[in-house]
Ligand binder design. Structure first.
Ligand code: 3HC
Length: 294
């Protein structure tokens, strides 16, 4: 039986969560955006406002459309605000115990037929689903960064995800103007399973002083036609997120050496060089989210 999805909840308003809120609101769907603390909520709201205002400044949206988009988004601290949504997407950091705690809480708060989705990029959707009393209504819905721009969504079904839940999420992706691929629950799904060995290898080249960061990135942009080089892409993804994904894929994927995080990545995380979001990663940025300086 298919459900109507009129209102969605988004939990976690970091880079991905804020982008996902924007995708829904721009597609005419009401969103309840939730964080655990006021400061994080403010940061998420500022990301959304900045992105929509840039689109208005470029003439891609009218001021009236901007107002309509903002009117569709409600911001709240705490999960209780999600009691009436039809689907929730969780987009918090890639830590299994944290996600399991959140899903137990969502299971308690959300209405019985609500779909509970995770934007995890490498953790087991199955292990997240068993924290709830409704694993058949739990699914992976994996967006790519920047969510408003990238066209793909990976839909991850577990061995118990109900067929109607998969169908409802596929229909939702079509409303968002996204192309979906549906896969089983395996570390890294399709895209990250292929991408992250390459990103790790690029850092390894830099660490060995085999080539400069500029030359590594230029080789892949100009030689292979990719929109960004691997090191600039890691700055976009976030070095901490990249580390967590590699580490999980290494442990879940049979300890494949290609996914063993290169030591430099961990060192950068420890030093707080997290990429664009902190203003410095492999490159330096004018400020969080702004263009490269050096
Ligand atoms: N939010 C919203 N819109 C954004 C944006 C953001 N963060 N960043 C860029 N855009 C929009 C711009 O506004 C612009 O829109 P317009 O065409 O309507 O004016 C458009 O994207 C192009 O942006 P720019 O002109 O500023 O710059 P580029 O042409 O260089 O494109 C890019 C930027 C889209 C980021 C492009 O470089 C790109 O596609 N890079 C590769 C990104 C990628 O590989 N992502 C996947 C990462 S892996 C992942 O996410 C998985 C996860 O699990 C880690």
């Amino acid at each position: 039986m298919s459900r109507e999805i009129n209102t969605v909840g988004v939990v976690g308003l970091g880079t991905m969560g804020a982008g996902i809120v924007e995708v829904f609101a721009r597609s005419g769907i009401d969103v309840v955006a939730v964080e655990v603390a006021e400061a994080a909520l403010d940061r998420g709201q500022a990301t959304l406002v900045g992105s929509i205002d840039r689109a208005v400044a470029k003439g891609k949206l009218t001021p009236e459309e901007r107002d309509e988009i903002f009117a569709r988004v409600g911001f709240a601290v705490g999960f209780e605000a999600l009691h009436d949504v039809d689907l929730v997407i969780e987009a918090v950091p890639e830590q299994l115990p944290l996600k399991q705690r959140i899903f137990a809480e969502l299971d308690r708060v959300c209405k019985p037929d609500a779909i509970l989705a995770t934007n995890t990029s490498s953790l087991s959707v199955t292990e997240i689903s068993v924290a709830t009393s409704r694993p058949n209504q739990v699914i992976g819905v994996h967006f790519f960064n920047p969510a408003p721009v990238m066209k793909l969504v990976e839909i991850v079904r577990t061995v118990v995800t109900a067929a109607d839940v998969v169908a409802d999420v596929e229909a939702l992706c079509a409303r968002l103007g996204k192309t979906d691929v549906t896969i089983n629950d395996r570390a890294g799904f399709i895209a990250n399973a292929l991408l992250f060995g390459y990103l790790n290898q690029a850092v390894s080249m830099l660490e060995a002083r085999y080539a400069t960061r500029e030359d590594i990135d230029a080789a892949m942009r100009l030689g292979c036609g990719l929109p960004m080089g691997p090191l600039a892409l890691m700055d976009l993804i976030g070095i901490d997120t990249a580390y967590e994904i590699l580490d999980t894929m290494y442990r879940r994927g049979g300890r494949d050496r290609r996914h063993a995080p290169v030591p430099l990545i961990k060192q950068m995380v420890t030093a707080g060089l997290l990429g664009r979001k902190t203003g410095r990663g492999f490159y330096t940025y004018e400020g969080p989210g702004s263009p490269k300086v050096v």
